[in-house]
Design a protein around this ligand. Structure first.
Ligand SMILES: [Zn+2]
Ligand SMILES: [Zn+2]
Length: 357
């Protein structure tokens, strides 16, 4: 029996049409499908620094010069940016239509010098400085009041839109708050106005009480399969402490985030056979007032709660989704959670056997 579920944060319906007995192996085309490119021609590989635009920021433990080898994480402008850094964000009218220049910033965060790195190799150690790069680039881009929001995301595998195999994420600063985030911000603000509580904290507390969609419950973070997940094995990671902005994450909790994010990606890979995925960081928009639009809402700090959404690309978005804005999810979030728990238990047993043997 299928079910219609409503997302408690945005008013979006999802059809959970779980077919009984359906297993992850029933999605054979979900594999990441790497392009198979080699390191020699890869612009993100160590030694090929000259093939990217000059670097913006890097961690260089050995103190090496910019745009040379010896880095751990490297941030460069995208060679083919979706938006350009110069120009004003004044709106022009074209009759009833609105128009503005394509102003923004588009940067690539190269996560490791190693072309073939995968999450099973020292995940937290590699992800921790990457998360630091996210925070610092976000802080730097938000100094520019033209940039209203920064979208931070990672595409993994061709099916998820990655054109290069080399591990990387991207940050795009945009001159308007995107609709998807606006919906969440509006819902959070309304909930806070009614209850003086954070909507996301309420969801997290309820999920922790119910338990059947909690994938990982750690001291500082929780990973859930959302109640109205759009995609099979969709996951969301929330800080347990209320926090509206990724920039506020301290060293201790950055390490904890690197660990839980690495574990989520590892278990997805191990349970589902290396699926393509996208993950997206949802953080607060730029708090600097926009010229000509003073008086940003005052409760943002209390009503919004940053989080990371991980979306494995197991299914394709087709006519029904495009036509309705609903999604059909063939794996219930409860089954997905149970399946991931099974996989974790199997791995724990394997580890025990290895240690014992
Ligand atoms: Zn490479
Ligand atoms: Zn909260």
């Amino acid at each position: 029996m299928s079910e219609l579920r409503k997302d408690p944060i945005v008013d979006r319906w999802v059809i959970v049409a779980a077919e009984r007995g359906r297993r992850p192996s029933d999605f054979p085309s979900a594999q990441s499908q790497r392009t198979g490119s080699s390191g020699a021609s890869c612009p993100f590989c160590e030694g090929n620094e000259g093939k990217t635009p000059p670097e913006i920021w890097a961690i260089r433990p050995d103190g090496s010069a910019p745009d040379t080898a010896g880095w751990q994480v490297r941030v460069v402008p995208n060679k083919f940016p979706a938006l350009g850094i110069e120009g004003s964000t004044d709106r022009r009218g074209l009759g009833m239509f609105d128009l503005m220049s394509g102003v923004g910033a588009h940067e690539v965060i190269i996560e490791t010098p190693e072309h073939d790195w995968s999450i099973g190799d020292d995940g937290p150690d590699t992800l921790e400085p990457v998360l630091r790069a996210y925070q610092l680039r976000l802080a730097d881009l938000y100094r520019d009041s033209r940039f209203r929001y920064c979208v931070l995301f990672r595409n993994y595998g061709q099916r998820a839109g990655a054109s290069l195999d080399h591990p990387h994420s991207q940050i795009i600063a945009v001159p308007i708050v995107p609709l998807r985030l606006k919906d969440k911000l509006a819902a959070a603000q309304q909930h806070y106005a009614r209850k003086e509580r954070c909507l996301f904290c309420d969801v997290i507390n309820q999920e922790l009480t119910l338990g059947d969609r909690v994938v990982l419950d750690r001291e500082h973070f929780v990973a859930l399969c959302p109640f109205a997940a759009r995609f099979p094995f969709e996951l969301a990671i929330f800080p347990k402490r209320h926090e509206h902005d990724l920039r506020l994450l301290d060293d201790l909790r950055r390490r904890a985030l690197a660990e839980i994010l690495s574990d989520c990606l590892h278990y997805l890979r191990s349970a589902l056979g290396d699926p393509a995925y996208n993950y997206v960081v949802n953080t607060a928009p730029n708090p600097l007032p926009r010229p000509g639009r003073p008086g940003y809402w005052g409760t943002l700090e209390y009503d919004f709660h940053w989080h990371i959404e991980i979306m494995p690309r197991m299914t394709r978005i087709a006519g029904f989704e495009w036509g309705t804005g609903f999604y059909i999810n063939p794996v219930s979030p409860e089954n997905a959670t149970a399946f991931l728990h099974e996989r974790m238990a199997e791995e724990a047993l394997d580890d025990q056997a290895e240690t014992a043997g």
